[in-house]
Design a protein. Sequence first.
Length: 117
Amino acid sequence: MARKLDDVMAALPAERRVRIEQRAMELATLKDLRAAAQKTQEDLAATLGVGQDSISRLERRSDMLLSTLRHYVESMGGKLELVAQFPDRPPVVIEHLGVEQAPRHRRSRARASAGDS
């Protein structure tokens, strides 16, 4: 007779359950994140101003821009952090990657020319 996963997990020692749950979170997909936030594809599509089909395609992608991933996570109320980990060094949080920068204003040619004289 088949056993339920909940029953198998309940029979495991607490330390083992914690390790399994931590590993499962490492393997979480975008769909899993959305489900955990109790959001539908339609909810996210409305928040991001795109169609539901765009969310479906996004969740199946294996490669995307960090800005796209940031928008996806923030639309669920989360915050995306990128952390670089190296052996024998503390983790480094990389800031401002995938964040759209405000466009720089160039000096007008007239002001630049006036400043040159």
